[in-house]
Write a new protein. Sequence first.
Length: 94
Amino acid sequence: MKKTMMMLTAVGAATLLSACSAEHGTTQCTTAPQSDWQNQEAFQATLLAQGYKINEFKVTGGNCYEIYGFDKEENKVEIYFNPVDGSIVKKEMH
């Protein structure tokens, strides 16, 4: 009985966690292995050369390169990039 209760609790927790992730809309950028991703420093350098200003750069749980900063038009942005091809997957202006 105790084993069954523990299993049900684990299943319930996993279900709750997956529902939270879906509810919060985690942005998924790629399923490619990290060995196929562009080098982080080189990618940031390319963005800077294109006129972006990066306040924060991170790798997300959805396998994205994410920046907080300003775009080329100096709009405050949060942008999710596909780390393989550099395409913009999601852009939020603040």
